[in-house]
Each structure stands twice: as structure tokens, then as C-alpha cells.
Design a protein around this ligand. Structure first.
Ligand code: PLP
Length: 382
């Protein structure tokens, strides 16, 4: 076992390390702004201020009004609110929902749940070239549709979906359909703006952007018909009951404040890391690349043909290198997303997800490549 303190973290799509500024903001609130923001006295007002400030920072980061941002505990809560809240508001007469076959489980499982109560869920698959065709999404929508839910960037491959194009067409033809976009893997990696993507609802998470776990937010465009999912004391204008987590919300906004100004520079740096990785991988035998040029550089999915993902994952872990075999929440269980992209089950069984943040270095990649090369010598193929 190597010195784990000297580790290489290449699993940023699962979670990111909270940045120092975010931790500081969290601690400051824990120590001094621990009041309940709903209290009418000084302690309450003191705690309301960071929440108001966070709402301003976050609204400005996606170009919307502060009244359109609602804090939640994570993106899963946001997607649940988007889906069940839409079903409660519009689902009495409209029982069709359009989505894709490659959504994160926090969307997929909500929709599977609605299917059991009589909703028709239409799932669009990538075509034979691994592309989700925007026209397939648009053509699936009709008068009976209450919701379209499409992710912006896939969490396993980095694939960028044609959300803007699809939503623009649907909005024109069916303005009363709620359009939800899961923006978790796109936010702070590319610009996500409400004037660019005509979504009515967008879901976001703090821990994917160097904030702290336990906070997320949802954007709900003014005038969107949606019912609350968590009903409580009327917080967040009655859309999300429950006392706001002031420290985690302040920490999330601080992470946004830190990352927002150099999205472009970080994108360029990560693009260079990706190119270097691909170049180095080409020197190894038996590697297949599962993330093509339609993918964000932050996520590179590869297969080490003939070796089971989990075996390699733990081999690398022993060497202090952390990557993943797929989506973190499926704990190694195959989600089926790769096979949706036309990747054979054998290749999917050997898949490894390498996901960057701008703090990663070329030497992180060198260590990964050396370890993969050594793994091919040390481990017998399955
Ligand atoms: N959507 C996508 C695309 C994700 O990658 C994730 C987390 O992996 C989620 C939603 C859920 O986010 P959270 O962990 O904040 O619930």
C-alpha cells in the first residue's frame, strides 16, 4: 500500500473536494450565524443575511431573478421536486412524460415510480452513433405531455445532450409543458444560463462544485406550475418546507463565487488534461475510449478490455488512485447507460470513469497510466 496521503483523486463526477473558501463560509455560519432564518429576532435576521446573499450569487450565476431560486438539500431533492411537483400540478389531465434512457437515477427512479401510478414515460435512446437526436425528443411530445426531463451532461460519459435545441422547439409548440433540466454535471464546468436554455426548472448540487454535501438548489422560472414536494413551515415561499441549512447554503454560494469567474480557464486546463490522458492511454494495449468528442472534457470513460472494472478500481485504490467504475450512487451496479450508447456488455463491464477538476495535474495522469500499465502485468484477465 502506497502513502495514501499522497493520493490522486480522479473521481470528481462523484464528488469534489470542498474548497477552502467554502469550508470557511460554512464554519463562519456554524460559529456565528446559527440562528433560524425564520426567527423574527436579531439571531434570525443575522442568519437570513447569508441565505439572501447566497440567493443573489446563485441567481446571478445562471442569469435569473432571486425569486426563482429555491434551496434544497441536494440535486436529488431538486429533481424529485421537479418531477413529483410537476405531476402534482399538471398530471391530473396530462399523463405523459418524455425523458432519455441515460438519465441519472435521481430522475430515472422518480419516473419509474410515476409509471407505476399510470404515467406513460417515453424514453429516448441514443442512435447508433451514440447521439441523442433532438428531433426524437421533440417528436415524442404531444398535448398529453406534462413534463420533459433531460439532463445537460451525462454523469458517466460526459456526453452533452441537445437540451437547448429540444427545449426551444418544445417551448414554441407546447408552452404549457414543464421543461426540466438536470444541470448537475454541467454547472460551473460550462456556462449554464436561463436565457440560453429555455428550461422552466433546473436542478443543481453543491458537492459537485467544491461546495459541501447537503445543499443544492432548484431554479423554477416565474409562472411555472409546480406543487411543493416537502410541505412544512412555508420556507422558500412554500415550495420547499424545512429550515434552510444556512452554513451549507453559504458554503455553496461561496464555491460558486470562487469558480464562476474562471469557468473558461478551467475548461481549457481540463481540456489539456484530457488530451494528455488520451495521448498517454494510446501507449497502452487494450484500451477503448467510451467518451467521444461530443463529451465534456471533465469526464473520460474508458474500458480496459478484459479486466473487470471493480478489480482495477481496487487495484488503483491500493496505489492511492481514486477513480470510479460508473455512477457513484449505483455502488458498482451497472446502470446500463454505456450499453445505451452501443457499447458491448463486455466493454461496459471493463469501464472506468476518470473525472477531472482543474486542480488535477499531468503528474496525476502519469501516475494513473503507470498504474494501469502495471495492472495489465499484475492481474489476470477475466
Ligand atoms: N444528477 C446527476 C447528473 C448527478 O451526477 C448526480 C450525482 O451524482 C445527481 C443528479 C444527484 O446529486 P446529489 O448527490 O446532489 O443528490
Amino acid at each position: 500500500m502506497e502513502n495514501i496521503e499522497n493520493f490522486v483523486y480522479l473521481d470528481n463526477a462523484a464528488t469534489t473536494k470542498p474548497c477552502t473558501e467554502s469550508i470557511k463560509a460554512v464554519n463562519e455560519c456554524l460559529e456565528t450565524k446559527w440562528g433560524n432564518p425564520s426567527s423574527l429576532h436579531k439571531k434570525g435576521i443575522e442568519a437570513q443575511l447569508p441565505v439572501d446573499n447566497a440567493r443573489k450569487i446563485i441567481a446571478s450565476s445562471i442569469g435569473c431573478d432571486v425569486s426563482e431560486i429555491y434551496f434544497t438539500s441536494c440535486a436529488t431533492e431538486s429533481t424529485n421536486l421537479a418531477i413529483f411537483g410537476t405531476a402534482a400540478a399538471l398530471g391530473r389531465n396530462k399523463k405523459k412524460i418524455v425523458t432519455t434512457t441515460i438519465e441519472h437515477s435521481s430522475v430515472k427512479n422518480c419516473l419509474d415510480n410515476l409509471a407505476q401510478s399510470g404515467y406513460e414515460i417515453v424514453k429516448i435512446s441514443p442512435d447508433k452513433n451514440g447521439i441523442i437526436n433532438f428531433a426524437d425528443i421533440v417528436n415524442a411530445v404531444d398535448e398529453n405531455t406534462c413534463l420533459v426531463s433531460i439532463m445537460l451532461v451525462n454523469n458517466e460519459t460526459g456526453y452533452i445532450l441537445p437540451v437547448k435545441k429540444a427545449f426551444t422547439f418544445i417551448k414554441k409548440k407546447y408552452p404549457s409543458v414543464n421543461l426540466h433540466c438536470d444541470c448537475v454535471q454541467a454547472y460551473m464546468k460550462i456556462n449554464v444560463r436561463t436565457d440560453d436554455i429555455p428550461a422552466d426548472i433546473m436542478s443543481f448540487s453543491a458537492h459537485k462544485i467544491h461546495g459541501v454535501k447537503g445543499a443544492g438548489f432548484i431554479y423554477i422560472r416565474k409562472g411555472t406550475k409546480i406543487k411543493p414536494y416537502l410541505i412544512g413551515g412555508g420556507q422558500e415561499k412554500g415550495i420547499r418546507g424545512g429550515t434552510e441549512s444556512v452554513p451549507l447554503i453559504a458554503g455553496m454560494a461561496k464555491a460558486v463565487e470562487v469558480l464562476m469567474p474562471d469557468i473558461k480557464q478551467r475548461f481549457e486546463k481540463v481540456t489539456d488534461l484530457r488530451s494528455y490522458l488520451l495521448q498517454k492511454l494510446s501507449s497502452l494495449d487494450g484500451i477503448a475510449i467510451n467518451s467521444d468528442e461530443n463529451c465534456l472534457p471533465y469526464i473520460v470513460n474508458i474500458s480496459l478490455i478484459g479486466y473487470r472494472s471493480e478489480i482495477i478500481l481496487h487495484y488503483l485504490e491500493d496505489k492511492g488512485i481514486y477513480i470510479s467504475s460508473g455512477s457513484a450512487c449505483s455502488k458498482g451496479a451497472k446502470s446500463g447507460v454505456l450499453t445505451e450508447f452501443g457499447i458491448s456488455p463486455e466493454r461496459a463491464d471493463s469501464a472506468l470513469r476518470i473525472s477531472f477538476c482543474a486542480e488535477n495535474t499531468l503528474s496525476d495522469i502519469d501516475r494513473l497510466i503507470n498504474a494501469l500499465s502495471q495492472a495489465q502485468k499484475d492481474i489476470l484477465k477475466k
